[in-house]
Ligand binder design. Sequence first.
Ligand code: ADP
Ligand code: MG
Length: 227
Amino acid sequence: AEELIAKNEKLSVVGQLAAGVAHEIRNPLTSLKGFVKLIQENKGDNDFYLGIMDKELERINIIVNELLLIAKPQKEAFTKNNIVSLVRSVIDLMISEAKMSGVKIEVDAANDLPLIDCEAYHLKQVFINIIKNAIEASNEGDLIKVKIIQNEGNICVNVIDEGCGIEKERLQRIGEPFFTMKEKGTGLGMTVSYKIIQNHNGSLHIDSELGSGTTVSVHLPIENKQK
Ligand code: ADP
Ligand code: MG
């Protein structure tokens, strides 16, 4: 009987995920279909329509890529990487977005941190997601601090923002597929991040206070065996 319950639970998770995917992809598809019709009728500004269609296609692309990151049976190929350089390279990618929002990002890293076993591309995705969320939650003039320390056999990366924060009841829903509070959010960024950190045998915690900010802490083992 227990097995049956476990199986039914799994199926309902699959059902929820399928419904979420269908819903998220149907909206841009419906809009694409509408614009194809408008272009066929050739009555409006086709370049304008194509611009919107390009954005809708990009949105489907983002959703599908994030789903693939979640779905792939991940055999992580771990190599030794410098976590500080990895985080800095992510910040370099995000700096224009931060500037546009009037947000500063500061790195505070301990000296002589050891290299860690990780899959650099996936780990970058995690920090892109976390830092992007921190920027999106911040107000103009806010500071985002990224603190990197060693704690025995682990490296801890803390991303601390002074942004809007999130209330307790919603905090536990972060990471649920498609849970978003943003108008244009996919609600997949943290789902992907939890999954990648889990594949690294690490952990991810979120601490937040509504109105005063959020801290996302990622703990990663320094040594990791190939799965
Ligand atoms: P998305 O960013 O597309 O909404 P995510 O999975 O990245 O999806 O995040 C889910 C939700 O978690 C966000 O919509 C937001 O409400 C909340 N969240 C995540 N990070 C933060 C943060 N640093 N500050 C406040 N809320 C956050
Ligand atoms: Mg996000």
